[in-house]
Design a binder for this molecule. Structure first.
Ligand SMILES: Cc1cc2nc3c(=O)[nH]c(=O)nc-3n(C[C@H](O)[C@H](O)[C@H](O)COP(=O)(O)O)c2cc1C
Length: 188
């Protein structure tokens, strides 16, 4: 698949099959992530690959965080929500959690460290797509909860930038974008 075609046909695929993804494919995807641009050669991306039961550990953290925000006694509705939180990481056979570990070099702007890792995520999404896999970049407040940071052993300025859920696609999706002319001003 050529790059322009991959860019245009990649979609966020939220529904994937439970079938396992070969490790070699995941490795190809991770390597693509590491070829993203980065200023000052900092390579600030960090990846955590969750498969199998490791995903349940993350689900436990999600549920624990949700429970911490609920009032006791837990209602039936809250109990269902907790189950949903538990099961969230089971929606895909592979989750690549992507984090940024910003450089301590005083020349480096932290915004650029995030920029580099976001570029790595796009590489990951495109690589997955080019291999016939479906992927979605998931975030939300959960990414920034201290318990989640702790689960991945992140300290200091390190932050999660998202969970990339990956598997064989189990849905079709049509993309939609404004024409680039609507968001572009030519300055000659
Ligand atoms: C920073 C970021 C965070 C996102 N978080 C979520 C998310 O939490 N859940 C989700 O379903 N999609 C998430 N997405 C995917 C967007 O919903 C998706 O890219 C958008 O709907 C456009 O669809 P497409 O990727 O198929 O073109 C996220 C995308 C970005 C860039």
């Amino acid at each position: 698949m050529d790059v322009l075609n991959a860019i245009k046909t990649r979609r966020s695929i939220g529904k994937v099959k439970p079938d396992p993804v070969p490790k070699e494919m995941v490795e190809t995807i991770l390597e693509a992530g590491t070829w993203a641009p980065c200023h000052h050669q900092t390579e600030p991306w960090r990846f955590f690959v969750l498969t199998g039961d490791a995903r349940k550990g993350l689900g436990n953290i999600f549920a624990q965080i949700a429970k911490g925000k609920m009032t006791e006694p837990i209602s039936e509705e809250d109990q269902k929500r907790l189950e949903r939180e538990h099961n969230k990481p089971l929606r895909a056979p592979v989750i690549i959690t992507v984090a940024v570990e910003p450089s301590d070099n005083s020349k480096v702007f932290i915004q650029e460290e995030f920029a580099a890792v976001h570029a790595a995520v796009q590489n990951i999404l495109l690589a997955a797509h080019s291999l016939g896999l479906g992927a979605v970049w998931r975030t939300g407040g959960i990414c920034y909860e201290p318990e989640v940071k702790q689960f991945f052993g992140l300290t200091g300025k390190s932050e999660l930038v998202g969970f990339i859920y990956i598997g064989y696609p189990d849905m079709n999706k049509v993309g939609r974008r404004k024409p680039f002319s609507e968001v572009t001003k030519w300055m000659e």
